[in-house]
Write a protein that binds this ligand. Structure first.
Ligand code: ATP
Length: 452
């Protein structure tokens, strides 16, 4: 059964709970730019941290953090100045502007034809001829705005890695095969932004470039394809919601390319690309900079320019995939204080514990008899390891519902038994089971469950 389109509900929850706000909202917003609120920044950091840990806490991969502004020749060498374009058309009638290769996904700009696809307007001859539009944001370095001062906001993080290939290899003493990973901001002046965080003008990428001996390219391409699909599965993306799309038409630098796609409520969309970029980038940087970039294998006495297998994920798109994937509206059985049961609807985010923005909430059952004091001590103790939320307002049932919407995996309640025997209840967000454990054991219990 296909899931109902929860896009609007997810956007509304994201705002209500402080995950994502529109950029510059009080001024009417800036198209294609978003701000991550208190819960959003935790989730985004968790996405980037698990990626960083899984990709760089291994023998064969080093990390790097390169600057967003780079020498303009970098983008000439990489082919971005010449080729990083999308075809653009204008509607002669309503003056709206469209990316010409995705007209079947876009809506016509004329409010009078609400819901009509832009492809129909094209078929009726309303559009101009397509012309190429370069997606790089251009600026100037220093006070003089002339052509010698042009700089670009990087449209991908990969080039910062290529130009540092020799620096990293020499300082880390890595031998091929090895990789360099980086996550950070990228900017693309997209003609049409759409679907919330899916296509924005400012976003974050998590990229890794794996340098290999050219005859081994197929082997490593397959290896990274498997690794990266398994990564998304490990953190809870549903298997049936992931598929591989194999590109037939390849970018100017690629020998092979696949996309890992996720089925968003608005349709299938790429969350990560795996590319065999051959020796294109290193060769071009060598040519454009005049510096030799090559690798000498002292075992075989071979000298060659390595091939690169790239894994290129969007942190913001992965954020959206994990958020969408976690969202459920469910009916659950609630147990009342008198032991009776009632059915109740809840909205819940079933995040993997490593991704959950808040790992535990702590509640005093009532605001008296010393319960708040004990609950504060527990919360402060847990804060040494996790992000914890303390909540003492409203019925406990309502406090659970609030945490369900935030995706908090565990709620700890201090009640009258705590005063007698030092035990608390821990309620599991997904199974709704409650266990009682001694308050001194909460931290160990959560560390095992959250697996940080
Ligand atoms: P698309 O075809 O959707 O424009 P792309 O093929 O140009 O994407 P890549 O250049 O392979 O994308 O970029 C790698 C990753 O960066 C993508 O898988 C995606 O997760 C992310 N990404 C690219 N463009 C955007 C964007 N405008 N907004 C958010 N994330 C993006």
């Amino acid at each position: 059964m296909t899931k109902p389109d929860y896009t609007d509900k997810i956007i509304s929850l994201a705002k209500r709970r402080g995950f994502v706000f529109q950029s510059s909202e009080i001024y009417g917003g800036l198209n294609g730019c978003y701000d991550y609120g208190p819960l959003g920044v935790e989730l985004l950091n968790n996405v980037k941290n698990i990626w960083w840990k899984d990709m760089t806490y291994r023998e064969d991969i080093e990390g790097i953090d390169t600057s967003i502004l780079m020498h303009p020749r970098v983008w000439e060498a990489s082919g971005h100045v010449e080729n990083f374009t999308d075809p653009m058309v204008d509607c002669k009638e309503c003056k709206a502007r469209f990316r010409a290769d995705i007209l079947d996904e876009l809506e016509c700009g004329n409010k009078a034809y609400k819901g009509r696809k832009a492809i129909k307007c094209q078929q009726e001859g309303k559009f101009t001829e397509a012309r190429n539009f370069n997606l790089m944001f251009k600026s100037f370095i220093g006070p003089v705005e002339d052509s010698s001062a042009v700089v670009y906001l990087r449209p991908e993080t990969a080039q910062g890695i290529y130009v540092n290939f020799q620096n990293v290899r020499e300082t880390s003493r890595q031998k091929i095969p090895f990789g360099i990973a980086q996550s950070g901001k990228a900017f693309r002046n997209e003609i049409n932004t759409k679907n919330f965080l899916y296509r924005t003008r400012e976003f974050e990428q998590m990229e890794m470039q794996y340098f290999i001996n050219p005859p081994e390219d197929n082997k490593w391409f397959e290896y990274w394809k498997e690794e990266r699909i398994n990564w998304f599965l490990k953190y809870g993306l549903k298997k049936e919601k992931i598929r591989i799309y194999t590109h037939e038409k390849l970018a100017h630098y690629a020998k092979a390319a696949i996309d890992i796609e996720y089925e968003f409520p608005f349709g299938w969309g790429e969350i990560e690309g795996i590319h065999n970029r051959t020796d294109f980038d290193l060769k071009r940087h060598s040519e454009y900079s005049g510096k030799k970039i090559e690798y000498f294998d002292d075992l075989t006495n071979e000298r060659y320019i390595p091939y690169v297998i790239e894994t290129s994920a969007g942190a913001s798109r992965s954020f959206l995939a994990f958020l969408t994937n976690a969202y459920e509206e469910e009916e659950v059985t609630r147990e009342n204080l008198d032991g009776s049961k009632a059915m109740e609807k809840r909205t819940v985010l079933h995040f993997h514990p490593s991704l959950a923005p808040i790992k535990a909430a702590v509640f005093p059952l009532v605001n008296r008899d010393g319960m708040p004091e004990i609950a504060h001590i527990i919360a402060n103790d847990l804060r040494k390891n996790f992000r914890v939320f303390y909540d003492d307002s409203g019925a406990v049932g309502r406090r659970y519902r609030r945490q369900d919407e935030c995706g908090t995996p565990f709620c700890v309640t201090v009640d009258s038994d705590t005063l007698k025997d030092g035990t608390v209840t821990i309620r599991d967000r997904d199974s709704l089971e409650q266990i009682r454990i001694n308050k001194d054991r909460i931290s160990d219990y959560l560390i095992t469950k959250i697996n940080i």
